[in-house]
Design a protein around this ligand. Structure first.
Ligand code: GLY
Length: 588
């Protein structure tokens, strides 16, 4: 595959139209794409790709009942919170990108966790040093106000078709009657017992280590507390979660020692989702549309366009992989430097995504041994010196996250990435679910020299996220691709691989997902060598002088759908446990 994509480019060009036309148009921000639909009525059926078969089945059943993609994603995610509790759930947050095929509207619902009102810039500092990673990860300080349940309600209001209570039925039934513990969930537990407080905190220990022994693959696991919480949300709405005894249980768990946090009932009662702009940028004759900050979706537009500047007609396969690597090095340096909560910090997003800046930025391609540094959009904005504004940020994010891609029978689509941050979040438990540790996505250290970071902690602020649910559209605004992944800081690299893999390398959805992950943030380049192509890529990049770190496996969880002329092509990441399910189009 690695050495074959040039032929496939021709096939892709046929699928997507003139791939080399109009390489750089204007970048646009818009909450909704203009209606410009010349394509046929939707005739491709429905599809779901997500990280666990129970969740995919729940979504498919909802779609089969006439539910929308939004109905399906809510049903699937409530199941994921049960069967894949290490990755996401009611105690965390999510970004949802929604496409309405009838109106061509694209919407972004930000259900990111917020910092408590009593959070402070130095809350992770102890004795003038930032708290160690493991201590911070498991602390109550790390618990932000969860956004997932509010996001369900906002999404349902936006595009739900089935009654709200119906969306919780499958998860309630599975939680009440039990489900079989998956290999991945069971596989985490011995290591978590060694590295974390999961087997020590009384409630999590009782659930994941009954009688003191870790759950095993295939054990029947019931979660009546989760069933009860969902029952309450189903019958009373989101206020059942954000007020009353569920909210009290969240606060109590987050405040528990060691390192109790400051989240309060008021923080919970005040939580709301935010409808933010969708950002769309051109890529050849297509449009990449994704979530704006605090998401890192903008990096998708940057990587794709920088990649195009760094290749030429004469670029061979290996040159293209090197260009993909360097596009990431440039884009990550900018993302790390400028992105944060857009309500709190000025992010020069227009400039960073503008054709003029990206053209200029591509000329700054770093030598393979160099440590990438941020570019300065002042090159395209007069009288603005941007770089000195923020100190250097190297925040680490973990991979306790999941991604779902869904298209319904009317051609509506949802890409949702949801998280509780680290595996099993903060390992704190309330009413059948884990609480997030999302506050560690903020920069924990406070620079001693008084400089500040775009992603510093502040009261009520949302931490920067790498989550990047993304869709691609053609020039007539027809949907062409739905993509996204978990993976902490590696998310922009994982997702960009599928966009470039499908659109330039001519890979199928599954080939793009399977293709070795290449992550180039900072001075090192990680290359996944599980397949022979990965070894060849690592050797080629090493021979070019890059500081390559070979990795046996990567933690991507890419769940993508590519829209072809006559069919949908879906893929689930074999690195996790998911699957793809489809519903055939109805014959007229
Ligand atoms: N906690 C993972 C992310 O938000 O990117």
């Amino acid at each position: 595959m690695y050495y074959q994509y040039r032929l496939s480019v021709i096939a892709t060009a046929l699928l997507f139209g003139c791939m080399s036309c109009n390489p750089m148009g204007e970048t646009v921000h818009k909450p909704g794409i203009e209606v410009n639909k010349s394509g046929p009525q939707w005739h491709l059926g429905a599809m779901v790709s997500a990280a666990n078969p129970h969740a995919v089945d729940a979504a498919t059943a909802i779609l089969a009942k006439g539910g929308s993609a939004i109905d399906a994603v809510i049903a699937a995610h409530t199941v994921l919170g049960l069967v894949e509790p290490q990755s996401s759930g009611l105690g965390g947050g999510a970004f949802l990108l929604n496409y309405n095929n009838a109106t061509d509207d694209l919407s972004f619902i930000d259900g990111r966790e917020t910092a408590p009102a009593l959070a402070s810039i130095d809350m992770f500092m102890k004795d003038n040093e930032a708290m160690g990673f493991i201590e911070a990860w498991q602390s109550g300080i790390a618990v932000g106000t969860p956004g997932a349940v509010a996001l369900y309600a906002s999404a349902h209001q936006m595009g739900g078709r089935l009654p709200w209570p119906d969306l919780f039925e499958t998860a309630i039934e599975l939680a009440s009657n039990g489900f079989l513990v998956s290999p991945r969930l069971a596989g985490y537990l011995p290591a978590m017992a060694r590295r974390s407080r999961l087997a020590i905190n009384p409630d999590t220990a009782a659930y994941f280590y009954p009688e003191g022994e870790a759950l095993q693959e295939g054990d029947l696991l019931k979660n009546p507390a989760y069933a009860e919480t969902l029952n309450r949300i189903a019958s009373e709405g989101p206020s059942a979660f954000y007020t009353g005894d569920i909210a009290q249980a969240i606060v109590k768990a987050a405040k528990a020692e060691p390192n109790g946090g400051s989240i309060s009932l008021t923080d919970l009662a005040n939580y709301s989702t935010v409808n933010r702009p969708v950002i769309c940028g051109p890529f050849r004759n297509l449009k990449i549309c994704t979530t704006s900050p605090p998401s890192s979706g903008g990096a998708q537009i940057m990587i794709a366009n920088l990649y195009d500047h760094l290749i030429s007609d004469g670029s061979n396969d290996a040159d293209r992989v090197a260009a993909f690597t360097d596009a990431q090095r440039l884009a990550y340096a900018d993302r790390d430097h400028y992105f944060g909560d857009p309500d709190e910090v000025a992010i020069p997003l227009d400039a960073l995504l503008s054709p003029a800046y990206l053209r200029h930025r591509a000329t700054q391609r770093f030598a393979p041994q160099a440590t990438p540094t941020p570019g300065d959009p002042a090159t395209v904005i007069d009288d603005l010196a941007m770089v000195p504004q923020w100190a250097r940020d190297t925040t680490e994010e973990m991979a306790g996250t999941t991604h779902l891609s869904i298209i319904d029978s009317d051609g509506n689509a949802v890409a949702m990435t949801a998280t509780i941050e680290g595996a099993f979040g903060s390992q704190r438990w309330a009413k059948g679910f884990l609480l997030n540790n999302e506050m560690t996505d903020f920069a924990k250290a406070v620079p001693e020299d008084g400089t500040r970071l775009a992603n510093a902690v502040a009261p009520n602020r949302r931490p920067r996220s790498s989550m990047s649910p993304t869709m691609v559209f053609d020039e007539e605004d027809n949907l062409r691709m739905v993509t996204g992944s978990p993976g902490g800081n590696s998310i922009p690299a994982y997702v960009a691989k599928t966009i470039i893999g499908v659109l330039d390398w001519g890979l199928s959805a599954q080939q793009a997902v399977d293709y070795p992950n290449i992550i180039a943030r900072g001075e090192k380049v990680r290359v996944e060598i599980a397949q022979p192509e990965g070894k060849a890529i690592a050797e080629d990049l090493s021979s070019r002088g890059y500081k390559v770190q070979e990795r046996a496996g990567e933690n991507s969880g890419l769940h993508i759908i590519v829209v072809g002329t006559d069919s949908l092509d879906g893929a689930a990441d074999k690195r996790r446990e998911g699957k793809v399910s489809s519903i055939k189009p109805q014959t007229p």
